[in-house]
Design a protein around this ligand. Structure first.
Ligand code: PEP
Ligand code: MN
Length: 360
């Protein structure tokens, strides 16, 4: 990554690069593991070392973290490598311990951001300190809940804030462990343009092969940084093994990632248009996903029609759909002509799918 842009707010004060790269294991496992990974990251673009000390697990019985003991290992990693450190805090006691062990940046986990009571307790425990806090999005795609957590910290006079986009859980299993729903983060960015926005591609992906492309999309959307889970032996990690990458891979990725940020004259126009174009790409991608989903349902209907010997074309049903879509389109300022053209094309594709099923 080259082409660093001017820094802003507390990232400046900490002398942190743009984009800010945070890397390190999902969990601190042993002192050797923490030190080994930190040393492997020492000369990379990552300037902040992450490790989970207390691990909130959705289901009990998984590794729940080494606890306060690991904070000493983090301190040692900082002394030996000069990297800053960050860990997740989920209650006032964690805050006290993390402060005592000189952790540089705290982050609030996705399962904590959903709870205004706990967020308030943590904000109160940090009242008036200048400790930077990164707030992960809540597990559900609720922008108000995310903003509410940010506001609780500001109100407690904790002002060095940033947000981490780690995706949103869905019942239906998709390509992602946590669906990115980029629009939620883009909306937040538009509302608070000065709040550093960091992508956590690891928890969005849940697998290592799409970490790079997610990171590139974030940079194209003008994010301020990345937090990437990194482990010297990912497959043997005690938590989130499938999504961790080696420090070596991280170094390769940061070399290959491109910041498309323009500088100089006409830069403002170009940067804005690049960000907007990436937003369009994200929506186009969602359109294809949705069309694919619609065809899968059409296939199931085709199968049912075949089993019950019903004709493919059902004109009455089709006219009802069209009428509804034209009305809904009007609300979104889409012309009747456009809706007719789009839905005729979609309908034709559904018919083709169903005919294939019936004739097979
Ligand atoms: C983590 O960063 O390891 C973690 C538990 O993240 P999240 O809160 O996003 O699930
Ligand atoms: Mn993790």
């Amino acid at each position: 990554m080259e082409n660093k842009k001017e820094l802003r707010n507390w990232l400046d004060a900490f002398g942190l690069d743009h984009p800010l790269v945070i890397a390190g294991p999902c969990s601190a496992e042993t002192e050797e593991q923490v030190l080994k990974i930190a040393h492997q990251l020492k000369d990379s673009d990552a300037t902040v070392f992450r490790a989970g000390i207390w691990k909130p697990r959705t289901r009990p019985g998984n590794f729940e973290g080494v606890g306060a003991l690991g904070l000493k290992w983090m301190q040692r990693a900082k002394e030996e490598t000069g990297m800053l450190t960050t860990t997740e805090v989920a209650n006032a006691n964690h805050v006290e311990l993390a402060l005592k062990h000189d952790i540089d940046i705290l982050w609030i986990g996705a399962r904590t951001t959903v709870s205004p009571f706990i967020v308030q307790d943590i904000a109160d425990a940090l009242k008036g300190t200048d400790k930077p806090v990164l707030i992960k999005n809540p597990v559900n795609p609720d922008l108000a809940l995310w903003l509410g957590a940010v506001e609780r910290f500001y109100t407690a006079d904790v002002n060095n804030l940033g947000v981490i986009h780690r995706g949103f859980s869905t019942y239906e299993k998709t390509r992602y462990r946590n669906n990115p729903e980029w629009q939620v983060a883009v909306d937040l960015q538009n509302r608070f343009p000065d709040l550093p926005l960091i992508l956590d591609p690891s928890h969005i992906a849940g697998r290592r092969d799409i970490i790079f492309e997610l990171s590139q999309t974030a940079l194209d959307l003008n994010y301020d940084g990345l937090m990437i889970e990194t482990h010297h032996n990912p497959d043997k990690a005690w938590s989130d093994a499938a999504q961790q990458i080696t420090p070596e891979t991280l170094i390769k990725y940061t070399e290959d990632l491109r910041i498309r940020k323009e500088v100089g004259e006409a830069a403002e126009f170009k940067n804005k248009i690049n960000t907007l174009r990436t937003q369009i790409d994200v929506v186009d991608h969602q359109l294809i996903e949705m069309l694919g989903k619609r065809m899968t349902i059409a296939d199931a209907i085709g199968q049912l029609k075949k089993d019950h010997n019903v004709a493919v074309l059902q004109s009455k049903r089709w006219n009802e759909i069209l009428g509804k879509m034209i009305l809904q389109g009007e609300e979104k300022n889409l012309s009747e002509e456009f809706i007719l053209r789009v839905f005729k094309a979609i309908h034709q594709e559904s018919i083709n799918h169903q005919e294939k099923i019936i004739n097979n």
